[in-house]
Ligand binder design. Sequence first.
Ligand SMILES: *[C@@H]1O[C@H](CO)[C@@H](O)[C@H](O)[C@H]1NC(C)=O
Ligand SMILES: *[C@@H]1O[C@H](CO)[C@@H](O)[C@H](O)[C@H]1NC(C)=O
Ligand SMILES: *[C@@H]1O[C@H](CO)[C@@H](O)[C@H](O)[C@H]1NC(C)=O
Length: 439
Amino acid sequence: MLLKSVLQLWFFTLSSGSLAAAADSPPQILLSGPASSSSLSSSSSSSLPLSAPAYRTDLLALHKHLVEIPSTSGHEHDAAVFLANYFAELNWHYELQPVAPRADTPSDKPRFNVLAWPPSSSSSSSSSSSSSSPPSPKVLVTSHIDCVPPHIPYSISTPASEAPNTTTVIAGRCSVDAKGSVAAQLTAIHALLATGALRPSDVLVAYVVGEEVSGEGMRTFSAHNATQLGATLRAAVFGEPTENRLACGHKGALRAAVVATGKAAHSGYPWLGKSATEVLSKAVVRLLDPATELGSSARYGNTTLNVGVLQGGVAANVVAAHARAEVLARVAVEPHETGHEKVVARIEELLREVDAEALRLEVDGGRGPTRCDCDVDGFDTFVANYATDVPYLAGSHARYLYGPGTIHVAHGDNEALTVGELEEAVEGFKKLILHSLEV
Ligand SMILES: *[C@@H]1O[C@H](CO)[C@@H](O)[C@H](O)[C@H]1NC(C)=O
Ligand SMILES: *[C@@H]1O[C@H](CO)[C@@H](O)[C@H](O)[C@H]1NC(C)=O
Ligand SMILES: *[C@@H]1O[C@H](CO)[C@@H](O)[C@H](O)[C@H]1NC(C)=O
């Protein structure tokens, strides 16, 4: 019932449109961690299985609210406002950090990163704003609130008349990537604060925009806050779908185009020209041959290449003078700063072998793999093949990459995870946050 009232308060605050509302609301309601689990098991009114964690209802409610708000990259405004209200409700300090609009961002719906930190125990019941100076946290807990298109509505496999259990499946855009991480992280922090295992002054959360496009949210945060935070920050915990395994790093990326130049001619007399589409086809076949080495390492495996766009020619009866392939390589060769340059050199070598005169590589940008820390007991480890915000936060802190759900469904129509995975992630984030205080 307490939970119900706090949810009503959220709705009220959201519909009132005021970020400053409800500063006098009780912050302790959502802070029910393991401390109250003994009362749960003795409660006769509980219909949950005894193994359900005390935070399940709050966790699923928060996750549902987040997933229900469409927040495709560029359109994160409403998700940021929701989180601001959520933190105001809890009496946390928060800042809305403006991030430059994307081309399709509505002018009346600006984008924000949401930075927040809990009130110190002495200030939590006071309405004084004197304690709102920026924090000096030991651990930053972060993830992103933007999603890939299209928006897919929230759904849950358990009928409303039944209690969800660990096998309950929750689907919808961003249910995994990365609102599952956001909900699990906040639930973990509330639980650690409630037991006193985490001091309020030791943690800062940052929920950023634009991760799915070019990381502009994290870059903005880093530009404004990394130097000052670096004085005390020991670790940053990044929430992304890792199937609750701890990533030892992820591959880098190289964006480039293979450009072929030929000579136009009548298609009946092809020997009078030179076909750019033909030479580009040969190059693409060579680059994609499984036997072609683009660079590998023991830690990250093979560099892989995707030819995402093929363009060329003007008409079926004209020998093509121009053709172009847009490629994205997932770079497995270190170091972080220059690993991609080795892949550039390798691709250029292959293009010379196919046709040195007609082919060239236009490099758009790139980087080598990003290392993360994975020396924490109790976690399975792996390396990821996808990009994250990890490299965009400057500093010498430890970096952990972890979260519920699998990348294999993250951008698909079937994006979903189970309640069990979400709850395992809460426990994993708790371990990582506590570990971060000691590194
Ligand atoms: C979870 O709930 C579903 C119905 O919603 C039920 O079919 C299933 O047996 C339950 N699983 C467990 C482990 O209790
Ligand atoms: C982040 O940086 C901005 C600009 O310097 C500052 O106003 C803000 O208080 C900082 N926030 C945090 C949480 O450190
Ligand atoms: C890496 O590529 C080589 C061929 O270049 C292949 O033999 C090997 O199986 C590949 N490894 C993986 C993990 O795909």
